[in-house]
Ligand binder design. Structure first.
Ligand code: AMP
Ligand code: ZN
Length: 477
């Protein structure tokens, strides 16, 4: 039985989908004005893990991650870059998919873009106005009247009067209540606009998700997700809009991924303390990097904050490498999960307990011990297959442990050149070339030279294993 911690009740609940066997999952995606950072990646990876796990246990999952392709930051950035908005958002949406692929995130079943659903948003705003939940302000904006929705605050457990007391923003004469939020922004000069019964303008951010969720998945969905910060006001506002417009519950389970922090603070664009996924991956080995980051992001429970440092990332790489080293010499393909197996049972129990990945990872490490002892295809195959339920351990193990066949060592370029045997000057020699040179040196009884090469490789993080028959295997440390 799957259990999910529901932010709505602040409790773990048994997961019961609306239609048996089917799951509708919506989670808030990126605003495409820049590359996404590894904090965003944590939330996206969490919901990729959720979708994959539910699929692995037999559900048909229909997942949606929206793309916000119109908003203030996009307009500003396009103007800064002196490029059309659509050029910026096309480029960044394409980059988002490329980056997501490198993290092995499955493409959601749908990735709707806000600008393709303006009609749905306008239809919803019109219904809200008809029902008295929205009003036109003197400045041409349309606002949601939060006081018209009695359950406002049910997700974030905030109460309107407390919120009001905390409201320090100068009174906006256009709003009937300072907590009212914008549904439709009246057109401004030099900003994109769409015609509507409310006059030309563009949508507010919150209405995007309510309208796209309804258009793609229907009035009531099973799971709605996002980062912890979106609970209030974004998700609270989504609930107010959707439930007032549709007259039905919006989402049965609300899941929120905790922050990825840097220097004890939430990583965010606005604080400037962020690393884009691509800049992190560019510093890592091309073969190992993507899965290392994924492993790092999933290693803690999704409701616990994680701290990003180079050391925690390297620690994750070591842990993942250990699993792949165990798989390296044992055939592991073609094994189906036997859920009655002791390890599989424990893994499942952990994952069914609100996606307890740290516990599930502990099972993978226990199973690794078993593989090392038994060298059996059954246990190696099970390790690989269990990892596969959450998007891990699917690479060729022999290739993974080696990483790329190139050494990048900073500051020792001259040595690298000197070590190259081909005659050509290369700054980043291949490991194979260096091993070949070492073997030649050994044959010529030039042991000092052979040892020198081994030390260079060692300093570059390459571990050599001399096998009988003069064969040398290598992997990254
Ligand atoms: P944004 O592009 O800022 O709207 O964020 C896209 C998604 O990433 C949302 O679900 C956010 O809640 C989530 N997010 C943003 N920053 C972080 C962070 N530091 N840790 C985890 N999730 C985050
Ligand atoms: Zn949203």
């Amino acid at each position: 039985m799957q259990n999910i911690y529901n932010t709505l009740s602040r409790k773990k609940e048994v997961f019961t989908p609306i239609e048996p066997g089917n799951v509708s999952l919506y989670f808030c995606g990126p605003t495409v004005y820049d590359f996404f950072h590894i904090g965003n990646a944590r939330t996206f990876t969490t919901f990729d893990m959720v979708g994959r796990w539910l699929t692995a246990t037999g559900y048909a999952v229909n997942s949606v991650r929206n793309i916000t392709d119109i908003d203030d930051k996009i307009i500003e950035r396009a103007a800064d870059n002196n490029e059309p908005i659509s050029a910026l958002t096309e480029r960044m949406a394409a980059a988002m998919f490329d980056d997501a692929d490198r993290l092995n995130l499955l493409r959601p079943n749908a990735s709707p873009r806000a600008t393709a659903h303006i009609d749905h948003m306008l239809a919803m705003i019109a219904i809200l106005e008809e029902k008295g939940a929205a009003y036109r302000a003197p400045n041409g904006d349309v606002y949601y009247a939060v006081r018209s929705f009695p359950n406002y605050g049910k997700l974030s457990k905030k109460n309107l009067d407390d919120l009001q007391a905390g409201e320090r923003v100068a009174i906006d004469k256009n709003k009937r209540d300072p907590l009212d939020f914008v549904l439709w922004k009246a057109a401004k000069p030099n900003e994109p606009q769409w015609p509507s019964i409310f006059g030309g303008g563009r949508p507010g951010w919150h209405i995007e998700c309510s309208a796209m969720c309804k258009a793609v998945l229907g009035d009531t969905i099973d799971i709605h997700g996002g980062g912890w910060d979106l609970q209030f006001p974004h998700h609270e506002n989504e609930i107010a809009q959707s439930e007032a417009a549709n007259g039905k519950p919006f989402a049965n389970y609300w899941m929120h991924a905790a922050f990825l922090n840097f220097d004890q603070e939430k990583m965010s664009k606005s604080l400037g303390n962020f690393f884009t996924l691509r800049e992190v991956l560019d510093k890592l080995d091309a073969v190992q990097g993507g899965e290392t980051v994924r492993f790092f992001l999933m290693r803690g429970h999704y409701r616990s904050e994680v701290n990003y440092t180079w050391e925690t990332l390297e620690d994750a790489r070591q842990s993942l490498l250990g699993l792949y080293v165990a798989l390296k010499d044992v055939r592991a393909d073609g094994v189906q999960i036997d859920w009655a197996n002791h390890y599989a049972k424990r893994f499942r129990k952990a994952m069914e307990d609100d996606f307890n990945t740290p516990m599930a990872f502990a099972v993978l490490h226990d199973l690794r011990g078993e593989v090392n002892r038994s060298q059996s295809t059954a246990s190696a195959g099970l390790l690989r297959a269990l990892g596969g339920t959450i998007g891990l351990l699917q690479q060729d193990a022999a290739k993974f442990v080696q990483g790329t066949n190139i050494i990048h060592f900073a500051g020792v370029t001259a040595d690298a050149e000197a070590l190259d045997t081909s005659g050509a000057i290369v700054n980043n020699p291949s490991v194979d070339a260096l091993i070949a040179e070492r073997n030649t040196a050994k044959k010529e009884k030039n042991f000092a030279r052979a040892d020198e090469i081994r030390k260079k490789l060692d300093a570059a993080g390459i571990l050599l294993e001399d096998k009988p028959g003069g064969l040398t295997e290598w992997r990254r440390k």
